[in-house]
Design a protein around this ligand. Structure first.
Ligand SMILES: O=C(O)CCC(=O)C(=O)O
Ligand SMILES: [Fe+2]
Length: 235
C-alpha cells in the first residue's frame, strides 16, 4: 500500500476481483461506531473529518437529486441512505502491458451513490452508448456514480453507470470510493411518486436490500443479470 494510507485492519479482497495486481481494501468507514473505527487506517489523523465531509456531501447531493426528481428533499434520507458508508481504497500499480491487464472489471455499484476520488492519474472509464469513455480526473473533484439501487428507486430515471478501471504502464494510481448504503433491512422499491400504473408502471418489484446483495454476488455484478431478477415482466 502506498505511504500515507497507513495500516488497514481487517482488510479483505474485493468481492469483484481485479485481473491485475490491484490491491483493494474495503471496510465500513462511517458512522464512527466502535466496530467501524476498529477498521480505520491509522493515518491520516483527519480520517474522521474526511468521512464526515463525504457523508455530508452525499446527503446534500441526495437532497438535490430528490428535488430534481420532484420528490421531497428528504426522500433519500433515512433508511435508503442510512446504512454504513463502505470505503474501497484501490491501488493500481503500473503495468508493463495495460492491454492485457484490467485494473478493475466492468461493474455497476450496487447501492445508491458513490463518491469517488481518483486523485490525478486517469484510469476510470464509464460505458456510454456502447463505448468506454475515460473520466478525466479534475483536481479536488469527486466523481459521482449512481448505483443499482438509485436506478430501481427512481424506476429507471437515473440509470446505474457501468464503469471499470484500466491500468497504465507508467504511473501507479490510487482511488478512494465511498459507497452510500441503505440500512440492511431497508425495503427497496420504485418511489410511488415516480410510478403511474397507466403511463409509467413500476419496472421493479419490492425487495429487501439484503436479498439484492445476494443476487449481486451471484450474478458476478453483470449489470443486466443483476437487474433481471428484480424486473417486473409485463409481456
Ligand atoms: O478506481 C476506480 O476509478 C474505480 C473504483 C470503483 O469502481 C469501485 O471501487 O467501485
Ligand atoms: Fe465501482
Amino acid at each position: 500500500m502506498a505511504s500515507g494510507i497507513g495500516r488497514l485492519e481487517r482488510t479483505h479482497a474485493r468481492r469483484r476481483p481485479a485481473t491485475g495486481a490491484t490491491t483493494s481494501s474495503s471496510f465500513r468507514c462511517y458512522p464512527p461506531s466502535d466496530h467501524n473505527v476498529r477498521c480505520w487506517p491509522s493515518k491520516p489523523a483527519s480520517f474522521l473529518d474526511y468521512c464526515e465531509a463525504v457523508h455530508g456531501l452525499a446527503q446534500t447531493l441526495l437532497g438535490l437529486v430528490a428535488e430534481g426528481l420532484g420528490l421531497d428533499a428528504g426522500f433519500f434520507a433515512g433508511d435508503l441512505s442510512g446504512g454504513d458508508t463502505h470505503m474501497s481504497i484501490n491501488y493500481y500499480p503500473p503495468c508493463p502491458d495495460p492491454s492485457v491487464t484490467m485494473g478493475l472489471l466492468a461493474h455497476c455499484d450496487r447501492h445508491l451513490l458513490t463518491l469517488l476520488s481518483q486523485a490525478d492519474v486517469a484510469g476510470l472509464q464509464a460505458r456510454h452508448g456502447g463505448r468506454w469513455l475515460l473520466v478525466r480526473p479534475v483536481q479536488g473533484a469527486f466523481v459521482v456514480n449512481f448505483g443499482h439501487q438509485m436506478e430501481i428507486v427512481t424506476n429507471g430515471v437515473l440509470a446505474s453507470v457501468e464503469h471499470r478501471a484500466v491500468t497504465n504502464s507508467v504511473a501507479a494510481r490510487m482511488s478512494v470510493a465511498s459507497h452510500v448504503h441503505p440500512m440492511d433491512g431497508c425495503l427497496i422499491r420504485p418511489a410511488p411518486e415516480l410510478v403511474d400504473e397507466a403511463e409509467n408502471p413500476a419496472k421493479y418489484r419490492e425487495f429487501l436490500f439484503s436479498e439484492f446483495m445476494e443476487a449481486y454476488d451471484a450474478a458476478d455484478a453483470s449489470r443486466e443479470d443483476v437487474l433481471d431478477s428484480f424486473k417486473i415482466r409485463r409481456d
